[in-house]
Write a protein that binds this ligand. Structure first.
Ligand code: HSE
Length: 338
């Protein structure tokens, strides 16, 4: 499986580390050999080599410098732009993990379209294109007979999409409700143990949970994008961001947290999608509520189904390795389906 990776930040590096650390497992247990032939960053260079780049060397040099520091070898292409890498690089899969843009999904949307047009499969952790253009991309993928996978867009590597679309196929799902943003859940948990909002947000950023622009997390837009992704993929329902009622946690003060605690309650940012619509809002839950005990960057989702009643999944919602695994799980799935 030859891979082009667009975006080499927290998620891209998490995925590259897994290509390095799991190479023997993937080969010996699953018969999957991977070759990372291209890497693109917006500000720190790009590389292409048909024989593959060394993930470990990439991870080492990006810590302190740019991809230009990668040692020269014959056949190495440098400074290709993203579209050239997608169109001219010989690869089977595009992994698109550039920063999410919820206004027009660019440039990721163009990257994904170009890859499908060029006959590549696409795996993405980028919420913009799936939240805003799922139908178009799904049709294009079907027309080109290529796969479009996006497990890592919701709850990182915790298989929320696969659970709904594969394991629960046959059930009618009428609602999805839960904690879908790791950053805000981490902030709320830390504020309960006495940290200030600013300290907790800084920690969430340092731990790689937050978006490049963390207002998307704290104002509820990241959770809203995930609600749109679930609406489109699980409910087959097209919703726009402007059709959701969205609020966040930035108005919550230590007093809010304290007074909820006094009443044996806890603030949580809850996202909900039903067949009618969706919303994201911070609310107080009794501490005995199942979602109240989901803490830190952990997420949870409850699907309401006709045949099983409620089915709840709890697991990592953000982070480098956790989201990298979401990409890897799609790659394995894709390998198995070929
Ligand atoms: N910023 C996101 C979060 C990353 O905190 O949940 C995972 O989508």
């Amino acid at each position: 499986m030859r891979i082009v990776l667009i975006g080499f930040g927290v998620v891209g590096q998490g995925f590259a580390a897994l290509l390095r650390d799991k190479a023997a497992y993937l080969r010996d247990s699953l018969g999957l050999t991977t070759r990372l032939v291209g890497v693109y960053t917006h500000t720190r260079g790009s590389l292409y080599h048909a024989d593959g780049l060394d993930p470990n060397a990439l991870l080492t040099i990006i810590k302190a410098g740019t991809l230009d520091d990668y040692p020269y070898m014959p056949g190495l292409g440098r400074s290709w732009d993203a579209l050239r890498l997608i169109r001219k690089g010989e690869a089977d899969v595009l992994v698109e993990v550039s920063p999410t843009n919820l206004i027009d999904a660019q440039p990721a949307l163009s990257h994904i379209r170009a890859a499908l047009e060029s006959g590549m499969h696409v795996i993405t952790a980028n919420k913009g294109p799936i939240a805003l253009a799922y139908d178009d991309l799904r049709k294009l993928a079907a027309q080109k007979k290529r796969h479009l996978r996006f497990e890592a867009t919701v709850m990182a590597g915790t298989p929320s999409i696969r659970l709904a679309m594969q394991s629960l196929a046959g059930c009618t799902i009428t609602a999805a409700r839960g904690i879908l943003n790791g950053t805000t859940n981490y902030i709320l948990t830390q504020m309960e143990s006495g940290k200030t909002y600013a300290e907790a947000l800084a920690e969430a950023q340092a731990l790689g949970y937050a978006e490049s622009d963390p207002t998307a997390d704290v104002d509820g837009w990241d959770a809203a994008a995930k609600a749109l992704i679930l609406a489109a993929s699980v409910f087959n329902k097209r919703l726009g961001l402007d059709e959701l009622h969205v609020s966040g946690i930035s108005h919550l003060t230590p007093e809010h947290i304290w007074s909820a605690g006094e009443a044996n309650e806890r603030w949580k940012l809850i996202a909900e999608v039903t067949l009618e619509g969706g919303k994201v809002e911070a609310m107080r839950l009794p501490k005995s509520h199942p979602l109240a005990s989901v803490s830190g960057a952990t997420n949870a989702i409850t699907y309401t189904t006709d045949l099983l009643g409620d089915v709840t999944l709890i697991g990592a919602g953000a982070g480098s390795q956790q989201t990298g695994f979401g990409i890897l799980s799609d790659l394995i799935d894709l390998h198995r389906s070929r």
